[in-house]
Write a protein that binds this ligand. Structure first.
Ligand code: C2E
Ligand code: MG
Ligand code: MG
Length: 752
């Protein structure tokens, strides 16, 4: 896998995990928030419910006390009041019956009787002697209103009590005031420290100013405080606001922190004397069921997060490790630990881009396949590792190498001097051979290298192709085990390779075309005949010249086929001219040695000539003097038969090789073609000797009744010289280059 891909996937995974973690944290946070909200809401609801309960109880008791008092006041009659002693006894009795702490009756003059449980009755006592808190109650009752006092501490009964007062009427006239003091049950409960909220809370009774009126024994705040605004309950900012709200009889929810714990508070107005019931609950205790649940949930979320973080970390490390491994595998050869071809190509490409002058070497072991088979794979593998070690040692700054496959190593050297490269490669090969022969059964391996010196090439691919080409050449060469790539040689070999692999198909596809070059009568200057010259025109229109394939075809035997094909082309052309009523001209066709010596050559030629109905003397067969080297008699015999069959025989390229006048004398030919080389020498007018030789040859041919054709006439002076020495015909670019059949016909074979 590519590094980029792994990095991308790792990044994606981290992003995914981060998003999941974030979602989890947010979800847990939201859940916690709502849970706490719900818990707070339910706590508030419960606290409200409890304080309401207490308030109901309070009002019920006050109601009941008033009812008792009013009932008792209904029984008081004028007569009863007249006998004060008797009335005092009755009052004491009523007090005991009704469970009041104190009962008192005051006459309109403010004096009366007070009966206190357990302390007896006092008569003729002014109400002013009572606790101040009771005065307003008495005074309101005188005004005809029933009321209840604030809570106060009665020293008489040693308790915190209330006083109720009702007016007493006899015959619809105010006869006095009946009051009673009582302790209220709930206050006793509060004082005793009775718990609320199922044992998880307690109550205080608070006055409007925040004074503790009745204080629970179970208060968490242990300091002895008189006022709720003194202790840890509220901070300063809160206090002012709370005081205001309490003035307005508002219900208040709040909380306070004490010794590290947070407690919920409800201040609920009682609806009497500005009293407040203060309900305190402890969250931790009260939520004993939801807290563990919450704790479990928080722990679970924490665990999940931990796992996620772990997975993230682990995954990341794994991905990094595998990315490193992949990267290593992507650029290394697993057997030797050397770099591989991918790495080599990349680095070479960078080198070329940066303009470094390098040489690329391909190094290989001769017959590695057999080393593998004969000495075994293990041995061969060890050899490969040893080669890598030697290469490691021999690389200089900036140089690198790689193993591609089997025994193929590529080296990139920062060196372009042929001699130096050769020296270094020889040294490397010697070291490898030394080590391996030392270790491996004294078997001396043989190495060979292909080298390409980078010149202008900036692409890796052609360099690698060229180095492989050089390597292949090195393998085939027994003199040199280091072969330097030669671009011209390579081009030539490429064409040769193409020629050999495509020749049959090309013949089938008629890619071989007959071109015609005119031969001119030097006396008249008119067209005498033409030479058929083959051209290979490829599908893409490109042309291959005979020099590039004839020598090859002569070697591989294909020339015989091609020459025959050309003879047929020539016959067909003559036939066409004749068929279209034109006076045909002769065509000479080059004949290779191979064809000429084929057994049925004469029969095939004759058959062709007859098949196309070609008149005698129109087909000239151009042979090379090399044909005469083996047996002049045999050659003459064949020539004789062919001439008998109406063919003309021409000796081509005379003078190009080791021409001998002997041969000329011995062969029964019709025509002699003087090689271009003659003309090249003779065109130098100072070269009089050569001109004389040429003249002599022409004279000799005349005597032998052989006509002469001079090849390579390129200028008027060439022509003039040929005329002067008495040549019969001239051929060359001066008249025309070889032309495609159509062009030739258009130019030379117009119908009269
Ligand atoms: P060649 O038979 O001696 O053909 C003459 C060559 O000289 C031709 O080259 C022609 O184009 C070239 N030539 C003609 N006039 C001039 C001139 O004024 N100056 C120069 N510099 N060159 C001139 P081409 O066509 O490349 O053929 C080369 C050789 O290939 C031929 O030499 C011939 O030996 C061989 N060849 C060509 N066609 C065939 C063929 O069909 N069969 C065989 N066996 N060989 C052929
Ligand atoms: Mg020729
Ligand atoms: Mg020639």
């Amino acid at each position: 896998m590519k590094k980029k891909k792994i990095d991308f996937q790792t990044k994606k995974m981290i992003q995914l995990v981060a998003v999941v973690s974030l979602v989890l944290i947010v979800a847990a946070g939201v859940l916690l928030y709502f849970l706490l909200q719900a818990m707070n809401a339910s706590a508030r609801q419960q606290m409200t419910f409890e304080t309401e309960e207490y308030k109901n109880r309070l009002f019920k008791q006050i109601e009941a006390d008033f009812q008792n008092l009013e009932t008792l006041s209904g029984f008081i009659s004028e007569e009863m009041l007249k006998d004060e002693d008797e009335f005092a006894k009755r009052l004491e009795y009523s007090n005991e019956q009704n469970n009041f702490l104190t009962m008192a009756f005051f006459y309109p003059d403010g004096k009366g009787t007070i009966s206190t449980r357990g302390l007896g009755t006092r008569m003729d006592v002014s109400y002013k002697n009572l606790n101040e808190a009771a005065h307003p109650v008495v005074e309101k009752a005188y005004e005809g209103e029933k009321s209840v006092s604030r809570l106060f501490y009665s020293e008489t009964v040693n308790r915190r009590v209330f006083v109720y007062g009702v007016p007493v009427y006899t015959k619809e006239e105010l006869a006095g005031v009946l009051i009673a003091s009582d302790q209220i049950d709930i206050f006793t409960d509060i004082l005793d420290g009775n718990t609320v909220l199922g044992g998880n809370g307690y109550l205080h009774l608070i006055g409007t100013e925040g004074d503790f009126l009745v204080k629970s024994k179970n208060a968490v705040v242990k300091e002895n405080l008189n006022n709720i605004f003194e202790g840890p309950y509220f901070d300063d900012d809160e206090k002012d606001m709370l005081k205001k709200e309490m003035q307005n009889n508002q219900r208040i929810f709040s909380s306070f922190r004490y010794h590290g714990e947070r407690y919920q508070i409800l201040l609920d107005p009682v609806g009497m004397h500005g009293w407040y019931l203060m309900c305190v609950s402890t969250l931790q205790e009260r939520n004993q069921y939801s807290y563990p649940m919450l704790a479990v949930m928080v722990a679970a979320v924490a665990c999940v997060l931990l796992v996620v973080v772990f997975l993230l970390f682990y995954g990341f490390r794994l991905a990094r490790r595998s990315s490193r491994r992949f990267r290593y595998q992507a650029y290394h050869d697993s057997l030797t630990g050397a770099k591989n071809l991918t790495y080599f190509n990349r680095r070479l490409s960078r080198c070329l881009e940066s303009g470094s002058a390098v040489s690329v070497v391909a190094l290989n072991v001769h017959q590695f396949k057999f080393i593998n088979e004969i000495f075994g794979r293990e041995y061969a593998d060890r050899l490969l590792i040893e080669i890598k070690e030697v290469l490691d040692k021999n690389m200089e700054t900036g140089e690198f190498f790689a193993r591609d496959r089997a025994d193929l190593y590529y080296l990139c050297l920062m060196e372009q001097d042929r001699e130096k490269i050769l020296g270094r490669l020889q040294q490397i090969m010697d070291e490898i051979v030394d080590i391996s022969s030392h270790h491996h059964n004294n078997y001396r391996i043989l190495l060979y290298c292909g080298v390409v010196i980078q010149e202008e090439e900036k692409d890796v691919t052609p360099l690698m192709t060229h180095v492989m080409f050089a390597l292949t050449t090195a393998r085939g060469s027994y003199e040199n085990n280091v072969w330097f790539y030669d671009s011209q040689l390579h081009e030539k070999e490429k064409i040769e390779n193409y020629v050999e692999t495509h020749m049959h198909q090309a013949l089938q596809d008629s890619e071989f075309k007959m071109f015609l070059q005119p031969k001119t009568d030097l006396k008249t200057g008119r067209l005498k005949s033409a030479e058929a010259l083959v051209r290979w025109i490829r599908e893409d229109g490109s042309m291959i010249y005979p020099d590039q394939f004839i020598p090859l075809f002569e070697n591989n035997g294909f020339c015989a086929k091609l020459d025959l094909y050309m003879v047929e082309c020539a016959c067909r052309q003559i036939r066409e001219w004749m068929d279209s009523g034109m006076e045909p001209i002769g065509i000479s066709v080059n004949q290779s040695k191979l064809l000429f010596y084929e057994k049925d050559y004469i029969e095939v030629m004759t058959e062709l000539k007859e098949r196309y109905g070609i008149p005698d003397q129109l087909i000239t067969l151009e042979i090379l003097e090399g044909l005469a080297t083996e047996s002049v008699e045999e050659l003459n015999r064949k020539i004789g038969i062919l001439r008998g069959q109406g063919f003309r025989i021409s000796l081509d390229d005379f003078g190009s090789g080791y021409s001998s006048l002997n041969v000329l004398g011995n062969l029964r030919i019709d025509e002699l073609k003087l090689d271009r080389g003659f003309l090249l020498e003779a065109s130098d007018k100072k070269n009089t000797r050569f001109r004389a030789v040429m003249e002599e040859i022409v004279q000799l041919t005349k005597r032998l009744r052989i006509s002469t054709v001079v090849e390579g006439i390129e200028t008027a002076s060439n022509e003039q010289f040929c005329c002067e020495i008495g040549c019969d015909q001239g051929q060359g670019y001066y008249y025309s280059r070889p032309l495609a059949q159509d062009d030739f016909n258009q130019q030379y074979m117009k119908q009269d």
